[in-house]
Design a binder for this molecule. Structure first.
Ligand SMILES: C[S@@+](CC[C@H](N)C(=O)[O-])C[C@H]1O[C@@H](n2cnc3c(N)ncnc32)[C@H](O)[C@@H]1O
Length: 276
């Protein structure tokens, strides 16, 4: 691809041993993402969402010949304009960088964004924040971030030893909502101290709860607290809730999937604010 009138230009790479290729591949490791503060998003549709939300790529990679039409060309131009490194790579190199299932012809490296716990007084009456205690499954976390975006909730607070929202699997499961939803991480102790300033309901979801989530009254702003896939809510966090609700179940199963349970309660709380 030739981009005339541009000071910067895509750099061709065909070697699997290229240092930049190795550095981008290394972002598959959580340790490297933590050290660098970077992450990878794959596919033109996610990159368009990133652009809409003001993210700028540090590096953009595309398969030779794929950056010449409509949306993908626009993304290459956007990256060059932002001063990003733009790499035009061979099929073999892209095969090393892209996910094996559902590979995409384009991916980009971005800087992670982490927010601070919201000041209690800035939580608006319609705000719903979701707090997840030690969420372990990146697919669940990605689905929850996507659902938080869908219902217009304010953001996601990760309590304790959570999985990484910037892992490849989680980013893909968000379908781009990782660029739209504020993410905050905190320890259990810091969460419990901060929660004391929350002016609305702190709603825990628990299998031992007596109140049906469909009948509960939720005092805004709502802080919805969900437990981990394995042990559920810890006693400390459950004890810090002003209200604990349950989703009734008919079958002989133990519980619902975490992401499904979060979606059900979020739609109950946010439903009145949503229109077609
Ligand atoms: C897979 S469940 C954890 C089950 C765990 N064994 C327990 O005893 O809580 C993960 C989280 O989803 C939510 N959850 C799942 N099913 C639920 C239900 N029927 N009622 C309320 N919350 C539920 C809770 O927040 C729970 O901590």
């Amino acid at each position: 691809m030739t981009l005339r009138n541009s000071a910067a230009a895509p750099k061709p790479i065909t070697s699997l041993q290229n240092e930049r290729v190795k550095a981008i591949r290394a972002l598959e490791m959580r340790k490297v993402r933590k050290e660098t503060g970077l992450f990878v998003a794959e596919g033109a549709s996610l990159l368009i969402t990133a652009r809409q939300h003001g993210f700028q790529p540090q590096t953009l990679v595309y398969r030779t010949g794929s950056g010449t039409s409509g949306a993908t060309r626009g993304l290459v131009e956007w990256a060059l304009k932002a001063g990003a490194e733009v790499l035009e790579v061979s099929e073999a190199v892209l095969g090393k960088l892209a996910s094996k299932d559902n590979p995409q012809s384009m991916l980009a490296v971005f800087r992670q964004r982490w927010g601070a716990l919201p000041a209690a007084k800035t939580a608006g009456r319609a705000d719903v924040w979701v707090a997840l205690e030690e969420v372990r499954d990146p697919g669940n976390l990605g689905t929850i971030i996507r659902t938080v975006d869908a219902v217009g909730a304010a953001g996601v607070i990760l309590i304790g030893a959570a999985c990484d929202p910037y892992s490849r699997e989680c980013v893909r499961a968000t379908m781009g909502s990782v660029f739209a939803v504020p993410l905050i991480k905190t320890s259990r102790e810091a969460f419990l101290a901060w929660r004391k300033g929350w002016s609305g309901d702190v709603v825990g979801t628990h299998l031992d709860a007596r109140e049906d989530f469909r009948n509960a009254a939720y005092k805004a702003p709502v802080l919805l607290v969900m437990g981990s896939e394995g042990p559920g809510l810890s006693q400390a966090v459950a004890g810090a809730c002003t209200k604990v609700v349950k989703i009734p179940m008919a079958g002989g199963l133990d519980s619902l999937n975490l992401a499904v349970a979060t979606a059900l309660v979020l739609y109950q709380i946010r439903g009145p604010h949503l229109t077609l």
